[in-house]
Design a protein around this ligand. Structure first.
Ligand code: FES
Length: 112
């Protein structure tokens, strides 16, 4: 496991999700979704449990029209931003894979 700074907390607006790519162990690159809800930060692998594709509609467009759920652009699955649980869609009952993350000195730090 290795800890890495992902982004400054100030880069994230309330109720906003952004995508980041970073190197992980063994030189692999991973795609992450970072969600800010108040003081809480949630980070998930950007990989739909249904087929493994990235979720976003366009760069940094992860939320549905109501700005309530993260939505997969391919088949429309809806995920709760606070825990990644899929509430509707072909992978209902599955979850996005959470990545350990926290805020330290104004930075979002992840463990990959
Ligand atoms: S690929 Fe995400 S819902 Fe099908």
């Amino acid at each position: 496991m290795r800890k890495q700074r992902l982004c400054a907390l100030d880069e994230l607006e309330e109720k906003q999700a952004r995508g980041y790519r970073m190197s992980a162990s063994r030189g692999q690159e991973i795609s992450l979704i970072v969600v800010r809800q108040g003081k809480d930060i949630h980070v998930y692998l950007n990989r739909c449990p249904h087929t493994g594709v990235n979720l976003e509609w366009q760069p940094d467009r992860f939320f549905d029209m109501e700005n309530k759920f993260l939505q997969c652009a391919t088949h429309g699955a809806l995920f709760r931003p606070e825990d990644g649980y899929c509430v509707r869609g072909p992978c209902a009952g599955d979850s996005l894979q959470a990545v350990p993350a926290w805020v330290s000195d104004g930075w979002v730090v992840v463990e990959t």
